[in-house]
Design a protein around this ligand. Structure first.
Ligand code: URA
Length: 433
């Protein structure tokens, strides 16, 4: 096997064989294939794409570069959900308890936040003692006793993707649909799941800026799932604005807890309800999506699923009383109210802008080494399309950093008061197999 034959074929749009793809990925992981060669391959894929068969083998070989989990000894069905990353996205913390309450186990790997988007692992760590670094045995025990468990994605999970992503990042090949799809799906396929719901964010706060590319990415991920015998469906959801009203870490867990008691913001309730209903139909608990949605909504409003979140946090060592008694545990030196300058309807400049503001307040990391302030963040007292009068509070900033004036200026730049409501929808499209 040699690289020049492979790159010549890819350049001329000739399908690569299974052996050629395996050799390519394995050699790259072993360092016998150099970065400049793999960079050339990535760029050829950027221009010429990959066939379904190539993509399936490419994804399988990436998975085989690291550890995989089995769920022997745990009775299914199993479900997973993944979001391509948004601001204020605490869906997993509501989705998982809801689905578990219907007898479907949620077995999930999650990551940390970087930049403007948060990560589930960081949010959960605001419950002091909680850890996602648990053994496979403990993961299974918690699935058996609680019905849901979330593990941190360790460096041994799909190491090929880490190496490949770092190279894509510096060679202009991040935005290739087959490379994004295989990167996301390789990490999803490491844990067995009968149902995978993917939440593909679209808009100013997402890396898919338009519906056409988001739909193509979705179909590509569904086809990889199908090739690996997984039932995958995709929700294309709006990321022009943050999800819900809370942006940060502890404040997002608190919003999840309130939502699980029937007191959640409309957009978050809708997204979690549909994600859970899709999962329950994919795992055969319901045959009709609309019926599933009604049942899920009823459970959400009754508060019956809330204890699953608390039980799971405690099973993984976390102090959940911090969330139940939130004000006592999460106070900040500065609480800054940002007011509307005129009457009208609330809108925000961009979800990203609010994500970066939250990061600067201390709730996120600019670099991997930064330490998170769990109490920092933003609460949107008013959200998109809410009527507002001049002088009313639109958002509250929580921070321990002494840069009040600069935070006020940044926050004011994010608020846009309109004369009329905008057309806002959280779920833009569902794509099922
Ligand atoms: N998220 C991933 O995991 N991989 C990509 O390539 C892009 C987003």
């Amino acid at each position: 096997m040699n690289f020049s034959t492979i790159i010549t074929k890819k350049k001329n749009k000739i399908e690569l064989s299974e052996q050629e793809i395996k050799w390519l990925v394995e050699s790259f992981v072993k360092d016998t294939l150099k970065d400049y060669q793999m960079a050339a391959f990535n760029m050829a894929v950027w221009f010429n794409g990959m066939t379904e068969t190539e993509l399936s083998v490419f994804t399988s070989t990436m998975i085989e570069s690291g550890i995989t989990y089995n769920l022997d000894g745990v009775e299914g069905p199993f479900a997973d959900k993944h979001s391509t990353g948004g601001v204020g996205d605490k869906t997993s913390l509501i989705f998982a308890p809801l689905v578990a309450s219907f007898g479907v186990k949620v077995s999930k790997l999650s990551g940390r936040g970087l930049g403007q988007t948060g990560g589930t692992i960081d949010k959960l760590e605001s419950c002091t003692g909680w850890t996602g670094e648990i053994s496979e045995e403990r993961f299974k025990e918690i699935l058996n006793t609680v019905g849901l468990s979330i593990m941190s994605q360790s460096s041994n999970v799909v190491p090929a993707d880490k190496k490949l992503y770092a190279l894509r990042d510096v060679t202009g090949t991040v935005d290739s649909i087959p490379l994004i799809a295989s990167s996301i799906m390789s990490k999803k396929l490491v844990v067995p799941a009968d149902s995978i719901v993917l939440d593909v964010k679209v808009g100013s706060g997402a890396f898919m800026k338009d519906m056409d590319s988001a739909s193509l990415l979705s179909k590509t991920m569904i086809s990889i799932g199908k090739a690996h015998n997984r039932n995958v469906s995709v929700m294309l959801t709006n990321m022009d604005k943050p999800l819900g009203k809370a942006i940060g870490n502890a404040i997002e867990v608190k919003e999840a807890w309130d939502t699980l008691h029937g007191k959640g913001p409309e957009d978050l309730v809708e997204l979690c309800t549909v994600a859970a209903a899709l999962t329950l139909t994919q795992t055969g608990k319901f045959s009709d999506l609309e019926v599933a949605k009604q049942e899920v909504l009823q459970v959400l409003q009754s508060g019956k699923a809330a204890h699953y979140l608390k039980d799971f946090v405690q099973a993984q060592g976390g102090d959940f009383s911090k969330i139940e008694d939130y004000d006592k545990h999460f106070s900040t030196k500065h609480v800054i109210e940002i007011k509307a300058e005129k009457d009208g309807y609330v809108s925000f400049a961009s979800a990203d802008g609010l994500g970066y503001l939250s990061m600067h307040l201390g709730a996120g990391r600019e670099t991997k080494e930064d330490i998170i302030d769990f109490a920092a963040g933003i609460y949107l007292n008013k959200t998109t399309n809410d009527p507002v009068k001049a002088g009313e509070v639109v958002m509250t900033l929580y921070t321990n950093i002494d840069k009040e004036e600069s935070f006020i200026k940044d926050a004011q730049e994010q608020i846009v008061i309109l004369d009329s409501k905008t057309d806002e929808q959280v779920i833009l499209k569902l794509i099922t197999d």
